[in-house]
Design a protein around this ligand. Structure first.
Ligand SMILES: Nc1ncnc2c1ncn2[C@@H]1O[C@H](COP(=O)(O)OP(=O)(O)OP(=O)(O)O)[C@@H](O)[C@H]1O
Length: 235
């Protein structure tokens, strides 16, 4: 579905992605992992066309995304930090995004699912951090997009909301979608991902299943397998 081919991106002298090659297929939940500053958000933004790489290409259904924007209608995106005008009310924000996208939306169902009924008339500046993230969840899941990209989706969410989020992801995957997410919470990765892509200093250090990573790095837990992976890479 998505192919990243020989992608290199530098911000001035800071080489963030180095000749990255990845294939991302439907019907999977894929976790992009790596230490702070390893290039996860840059990689995601390259898929979305928000970051322009110096070299390489991103193909969506075998077509290069360079100069294209129509393909974006097939992707839903939850950014790491969502920036919207603070005076907008929740209901107005949802209406605005629906208006821009012009696609059928299941916002009401998700508002109930995340218990946001009493927040709809509040301006964004009055929302708690977790409630903001629930609103972002509604925006990310309300269109029936074949690809869903989530940059640190569980930040600020309480345990009930996290459990609802996981349930939602499984349901979306069952529809044959491709779900890509980043997180620093290894228990979440172990629980829900089919595949891991591990980035380190702009290189792909590992791509495969959680079990393969654990087996390769001689540990029983994902967290220690990743620590071993990083330590071995500096050896
Ligand atoms: N717009 C930008 N201009 C200049 N440098 C940038 C820009 N965006 C990111 N960077 C740099 O690129 C590198 C990778 O950043 P990126 O946000 O992709 O990392 P990340 O893996 O998502 O990190 P984190 O886990 O902290 O979210 C960092 O060194 C960062 O400072």
């Amino acid at each position: 579905m998505i192919r990243i081919e020989n992608l290199s991106k530098a911000y001035h002298k800071n080489q963030v992605l180095k000749d990255v090659n990845i294939k991302l297929d439907s019907n999977k939940i894929i976790a992009i992992l790596g230490p702070n500053g390893s290039g996860k958000t840059t990689l995601i933004k390259s898929i979305l066309g928000l970051v322009i790489a110096q070299e390489g290409d991103v193909k969506f259904n075998d077509q290069s995304i360079v100069g294209e924007w129509e393909y974006r209608k097939q992707i839903s995106y939850l950014p790491q930090i969502a920036r919207f005008p603070e005076n907008l009310k929740v209901l107005e924000l949802i209406a605005l995004v629906k208006d821009i996208r012009q696609q059928e939306a299941r916002d009401n169902e998700l508002i109930q699912y995340f218990g946001l009924e009493n927040e709809l008339k509040k301006p964004l500046r009055n929302l708690s951090g977790g409630t903001r993230q629930k609103v972002n969840m509604v925006l990310a899941f309300m269109f029936d997009s074949p690809v869903i990209i989530l940059d640190e989706p569980t930040v600020g969410l309480d345990p009930v909301a996290i459990s609802r989020f996981k349930e939602l992801l499984e349901r979306e995957k069952a529809k044959g979608k491709l779900i890509i997410f980043t997180t620093h919470i290894m228990s979440l990765v172990q629980e829900i991902s089919d595949e891991i892509i591990f980035l380190l200093e702009g290189d792909i250090y590992f791509q495969g299943s959680v079990q393969d990573l654990i087996n390769q790095n001689g540990s029983t837990k994902l967290e220690s397998a990743i620590t071993n992976l990083i330590e071995n890479s500096h050896a």
